[in-house]
Design a protein around this ligand. Structure first.
Ligand SMILES: *Cc1c(COP(=O)(O)O)cnc(C)c1O
Length: 490
């Protein structure tokens, strides 16, 4: 069962099933749903897992959670990992230093780690909607990676429509093409004149608009969200951390029960939360090392105990998926550590005063599990270049992890870092790093440039984007969004 991070308001149920929590992700007082109890995995589980496939381990972990989704549906959902590059091993682990390994989470259809969760989640959500005989509209706002992964997973799914907003000019060409060429009747992609914050605010306004909901109701459609606070995504983000450790065991790089560092390039903290839950469940993580970029709000929280966005503006970096000031999933850790009352208090302070502060003992508690450091674009580019020279290609988000590896690792034990995107999604930055220039390249030019410099192939799914038909070509003003979406619905 699932409970609420800010306590219960007396109107909603105190405990809900998984299917309810994923269809109605907003809990009392604007809080989030969290599992009442986390299942445990022990060393025997990990030992046995070395003989199992990624899919089987996923099913085993889901079984421990005992959620209200039929096993056959879960099986179909995890079969979607068969569409990853290597069916036998959808999440390969690469060794890049004697004690440093890369868990490559980007081998899915849209080349970013969002697929790890969104692929199976899309199947489950559609199944629940069908079972309820209810149609849902999923609203999404994206800075680049969530949009493609959301559209891909819901394309042609029954009982689901998706409207996806992206900032025109605010994504890479590849990311934009992944969205505007996604051809399915149940998808609507709208570019808006503005930045990602504008897209996100437009979405929030719609989610809160009663007239919008009334209009949807006339068409018998409910609103839902598939953003990264949805527990239906988080549950799948626990598993690849377990699998990374299992891969280390299989490679004989760690002995059963020996600890390791988990390094995570973080934005909205979904990936890191997955690691936190895995650690609580029994995965021998020494510490979770959080890498942020110069929007270093998470670093401040974890090193100083302050969440302070009073005088902060969002800065654009070469790791745009981590350009964020309100990191939503942090709330679940706050709840887990300090309880619902304190969590509600802090989240309200953040909303009202753009600030909250942990006490010394609260900070100590947080630092038992997390350390953090931030990385600027220059360091990330240098890292990309160094690794490329050695023959390993790392995207600009993944590269931020090296700062954490260099600064935060204390024990002589292995580290695993999460690679969250393929280089092909951020080709201009990659070429700038490799050529050590700051020319403005188009994605197409940069992809070719890297192909020729590093002698790597561009995957077909990326190359084919440039010749695909564009099916969504609308760019609108913010005030036009609502009518566009309502037009799409009817
Ligand atoms: C979404 C994303 C992140 C941030 O992940 P969170 O779970 O939001 O912390 C990092 N890198 C890439 C490439 C992403 O797409």
């Amino acid at each position: 069962m699932f409970i609420e991070t800010r306590g219960n308001d007396g109107k909603k149920d105190k405990k809900v099933e998984f299917s309810y929590a994923i269809m109605n992700p907003s809990a009392s007082f604007g809080g989030l749903y969290v599992p009442e109890n986390l299942p445990k995995i022990d060393l025997e589980f990990l030992q046995l897992a070395t003989k199992k496939s990624y899919k089987q381990i996923t099913l085993d972990v889901l079984k421990l959670f005992n959620i209200d989704i039929e096993p056959s549906v879960l099986e179909d959902a995890v079969n979607l990992y068969d569409n990853f590059d290597d069916k036998q091993n959808p999440v390969p682990l690469a060794q890049v230093r004697n004690d440093l390994f890369v868990n490559e989470l980007y081998h899915g259809p849209t080349r970013a780690f969002k697929d790890m969760a969104l692929q199976p989640f899309g199947h489950i959500l559609s199944h629940v909607a069908k079972k309820q005989k209810q149609k849902y509209l999923i609203l999404a706002a994206t800075s680049g990676d969530t949009g493609p992964a959301t559209l891909n997973t819901f394309a042609n799914k029954e009982n689901i429509k998706v409207a996806c907003l992206y900032p025109d000019g605010g994504t890479s060409d590849v990311q934009k093409l992944q969205m505007v060429t996604e051809d399915a009747k149940n998808l609507k992609v709208i570019g808006i004149k503005g930045n990602f914050d504008d897209a996100q605010n437009a979405l929030k306004t719609l989610l809160a608009s009663q007239t919008f909901k009334d209009e949807l109701e006339k068409s018998n459609i409910k609103l839902s969200a598939a953003n990264s606070v949805n527990f239906g995504r988080i549950i799948f983000q626990i598993i690849y951390h377990i699998y990374g450790y299992v891969s280390l065991l299989k490679l004989n790089r760690i002995s059963l029960g020996e600890k390791f560092y988990q390094i995570i390039p973080s934005g909205n903290f979904g990936n890191a939360l997955g690691a936190y839950y895995a650690k609580k469940m029994g995965l021998p993580i020494e510490k979770i090392l959080i890498a942020s970029n110069i929007n270093n709000i998470l670093t401040d929280l974890i090193t100083k105990g302050e969440y302070d966005i009073r005088n902060r503006e969002l800065l654009l970096t070469t790791s745009p998926a981590m350009d964020i000031l309100i990191s939503s999933n942090v709330e679940r850790v706050i709840f887990d550590k300090y309880g619902p009352k304190r969590c509600k208090e802090m989240m309200e302070e953040l909303k009202e005063n753009k600030y909250y502060k942990l006490s010394d003992s609260e900070l100590k508690e947080l630092q038992k599990d997390f350390s953090a450091v931030y990385c600027d674009d220059e360091f990330a580019k240098k890292t990309i270049k160094n690794f490329a020279n050695e023959g390993y290609i790392m995207d600009p988000h993944t590269a931020t992890c090296l700062k954490a590896y260099e600064n935060l690792v204390e024990e002589k034990i292995p580290s695993i870092l999460c690679a969250t995107a393929e280089w092909t999604k951020f080709a201009p930055t990659m070429l700038n790093a490799i050529k050590q220039d700051d020319k403005v390249y188009s994605d197409k030019e940069a992809l070719e440039g890297i192909k020729n410099t590093l002698h790597v192939e561009i995957p077909k799914s990326i190359n084919s984007l440039f010749t695909k038909e564009i099916v969504h070509d609308e760019i609108v003003e913010k005030h036009e969004i609502e009518s566009k979406i309502l037009g799409f619905i009817s």
